[in-house]
Design a protein around this ligand. Structure first.
Ligand code: TYM
Length: 343
């Protein structure tokens, strides 16, 4: 039997932040180290997804290479024969399968996607692109082309995973029950990653929102390329509360709990253990300072790793993986083309 595929991608529309890192990048890289040999690991750059909302196109090519370098700096073991690193737009089957899947997707279903509703709120209809509306279908194609069953993503993408399962089941029911590999239920996926739900790191200034690449001020977001000193200040000035206790209570103390989550992730510990350490403290200063120090250390180490990445190696890895993955993607595409009567 062929190996199960773990797959994820992070968009190249801006630099990555620690939510992206802990929500998707670190989990898949940890899997690549822990389960090498048992699973295939596909980490790709969804470059076609980068301009569902406006970007500076003059910077895109550079940004795509930068994301590939970030994956390697984060520890992706690209010399492992079960690990693939590729750019979506270099494998044309992504676009081709999307069109076919589009024709089996209801407008109503796409309209109900929370991310679409959030991103299109307060924007006139002419400023919302069909690409933004359609992007869950492209995401489903990204997953289904490679028969992936485990897809580490942050909590904001859970609905898109459910959608991917749904569309695969719909086509299988209509054409052939073995046409597409249905990814595992989201709960089963979390079990492999040792969690009970997807991660959602919050904005430091407004912990009712998720930390997001598109935050305009950047004050609520720790980017992987932030100067460690700047990041330290962002943590020190993070919004907290006046309850005067360091306890893990995301509902009543969202700001403090978010910082506890960040510190626990940096220490590879749990929020409960971090909170226990600070039990009884009535001031937030010491806790914030430890979090700020650990964030600054993490960024300094990461940025050192990034400076060591060899650009030739990145390019060779991309091209080699693209050659192999093009074959797999084209096999799935052909199966679907045959099922719908095109071949
Ligand atoms: P993107 O680029 O917006 O985000 C990349 C990953 O980071 C996670 N994430 C977070 N996790 C925790 N806390 C946060 N505040 C936070 N913000 C973002 C996202 O959940 C995601 O896992 N559509 C995807 C990219 C994509 C993809 C795919 C992923 C395209 N095709 C196929 C998996 C499989 C996206 O826009 O992610």
């Amino acid at each position: 039997m062929s190996k199960q595929v773990i797959l994820t991608g992070l968009r190249a529309n801006n630099d990555l932040h620690i939510g992206n890192y802990f929500g998707a990048l670190k989990p898949i890289i940890d899997m690549a180290h822990k389960h090498a040999g048992d699973y295939q690991v596909n980490l790709f750059i969804p470059d076609l997804h980068s301009f569902t909302t406006p970007i500076d196109h003059g910077l895109l090519k550079q940004q795509i290479n930068h994301i590939a370098r970030l994956y390697i700096a984060a520890g992706l073991p690209v010399d492992n024969p079960d690990v693939y690193l590729y750019r979506q737009s270099y494998i044309s089957a992504h676009s081709e399968l999307t069109w076919i899947l589009d024709c089996f997707t209801g407008m109503g279903q796409l309209t109900r996607m929370t991310q679409f509703k959030d991103k299109s709120a307060n924007v006139g209809a002419d400023n919302i692109t069909a690409g933004l509306f359609n992007y869950p279908v492209l995401m489903a194609a990204d997953i289904l082309l490679y028969n992936a069953t485990y897809i580490p993503v942050g909590d904001d993408q859970t609905q898109h995973l459910e959608f991917t399962r749904d569309i695969a089941q719909r086509l299988n029911a209509k054409f052939d029950k073995e046409l597409l590999t249905v990814p595992h239920e989201v709960k089963t996926q979390h079990e492999l990653f040792g969690k009970d739900q997807g991660l959602r790191i919050k904005d430091l200034q407004d912990p009712s929102k998720k930390m997001s690449k598109s935050d305009e001020t950047g004050k609520g977001v720790i980017f992987l390329n932030d100067d460690p000193e700047v990041a330290r200040k962002k943590i020190m000035s993070a919004t907290t509360d006046s309850l005067s206790k360091v306890s893990y209570d995301p509902k009543n103390q969202p700001g403090i709990s978010n910082l506890i989550d960040i510190l626990a992730l940096l220490e590879d510990s749990t929020p409960q253990l971090v909170a226990e350490r600070y039990a009884g403290q009535t001031m937030y200063g010491e806790f914030k300072k430890e979090t700020a120090d650990k964030v600054a250390d993490f960024l300094a180490t990461f940025q050192k790793q990034l400076a060591l990445v060899d650009d030739n190696k990145v390019m060779n890895t991309l091209e080699k993986s693209e050659e192999s993955m093009r074959i797999v993607a084209n096999e799935t595409l052909l199966r679907v083309q045959q099922a719908v009567g095109l071949r």
